[in-house]
Design a protein around this ligand. Sequence first.
Ligand code: HEM
Length: 565
Amino acid sequence: MSLAIHANFFLSPLFYLAFIPFIYLLRKPFLRLITPRGIPGIPTLPSPAPLTGDIPWLAKTGKTTEGMTRIMDVVAKELGPIAQIRISFLDTLVVVMDYQEIESILQVRHAEFDRGENTARVFRHLLPTGQISQITGPMWKHHRRIIGPAMTSKHLSLTTPRANEAVKNLIDLFKLKADKAEGRSFVAEGDMESATMDAICGMAFGASWDILDGFKEQIQSVESVPTGPLGDAVFKTTRPGIADSTWHLFESLPLTSPFPAISHFFTSLSPTHRRHTRNVQSYLQNRLAESRKKTKSIGPEAAVEMADNTLDMMVAREFRAEDWMPDNEMIDEVLQYLVAGTETSGVTLTWFLKYMTNNPSVQRKLRDHVLTRMPELQDRQPTFEDLNAANLPYLEAVVFESLRLSRTAGGYVRQAKQDVVVLGHRIPKGTTVIFTTATGTEDASTPQTEQLADVRYDPSVKRKVGYWTPGTGHVFDPERWMTDKGEFDPYAGPSLPFSLGQRGCFGKNLALLELRLFMVQLNLAFFFGRVPDALNSMAVFETVASHPRQSYIRPMSWETAEAQA
Ligand code: HEM
């Protein structure tokens, strides 16, 4: 009898629940005990202690932590150009900060490094066949071959009017908001991301969701705009349903989960998630059907010549039987434009507005430069052909400097496909290696240049670029990209905003076009006045990109700015 009672007690859940407080109390020493020593010879960050709250998957505050960028800064400052972070007994991350080493690995050493399975899994539930979810292999190559022509000058030139529509709408919206705000600052980031979403929809499948038009209508009817606690004008706007569904899908990416597939499984059980997925999928299927109808009616030859968006281009090629992709794969590629392109370019443009706000002399110089070299841009929108480094070198410098300093992507992740050597250290197969974009942004308190000079192990690696003057990397200074002759020099110093090599950003050319179009037209339309200090923080939070915590702007006409000067 008593034996049976004992057996029952040991089998009961209560017995095991009693252990929970002990497990909780002993978890840290236990983890320390079972965490392996890491890779010999590589400086180790005593993780997680100094970074608790910063490593996304340890953070308790959800997605909006100062994630990867912040970790890299700490690592670079504390440990130098190669370091390891032991994140659990299962995993060690190696962080590399030497610019030349990063460049050579990304560009040349494809046999040794590839996109990691874990990174691919983050996107796979949303874009099962998209490039971004693929390890380099036959499917990834096939997709690149089919969609590659979308990044040629010819195609981008045809898509430019699509992006220009969004720029024009954004300028109208900012005029309206500035008018209603009556001198107060207002938040820009939501508008910037909606503008890039409108632009990318146009370029990806030929129709915008007119988010900005919707915002304008909502604001026009507002009599007086309330003031927020920091003295800003608070505009409340809502997006159309389809845009909301797409944002929901972005937000469902399991960015902070150590087990993305499991996280996705739970997300996909939610009826709301399933509804948003259905909305977006059925919208894109309709676009595909319309594109096929159009191609049939004008004929594939004409369709290839006229395609002003990527979906039409793919469909026209399919009709000419040049190459072929199943419907679900085409839809994944188009949706991937939005996933990979909206937030990244919207956030970079938001940082640009902050840099302009804090650098009135750059705003003036850019405007004078553009109006001296291409005065016609005062009266018409720019074409693809107008906006290049030979015509407008200083614009190019502003674009590159905004990309360099904003560090929209905190780093790039690879997995070692075999045992490899990095900066003289042997790293075992399967290790996750992160290349940071922090390199080149050091301030005076982080003398990286000297540290890096000591560790470069292979003097035969050719240096494509120099370093920025020590201690100046954190300053917004487009001049750093200009030569003495007033030309733009893309190799002036370290900066890899789009990464490099075969797995670098597919959309780089489109993104650069978009940034040039938005930056030049915003600059000609507005002077961005200073905002109060309380609204001017440069602090960051991270999702898939590094966002500014505050994005307040105070746009005004150039006439008003001159009158106030
Ligand atoms: C300022 C804007 C942008 C920035 C800073 C940016 C940056 C990046 C970075 C850092 C990567 C990862 C590369 C790597 O792992 O080595 C990437 C990948 C990618 N980007 Fe962009 N991107 C931008 C805009 C865009 C746009 C507009 C598109 C769409 C047309 C796009 C499409 C992609 C795709 C498809 C990949 C995955 C490529 C692959 O896995 O092979 N990006 N981007």
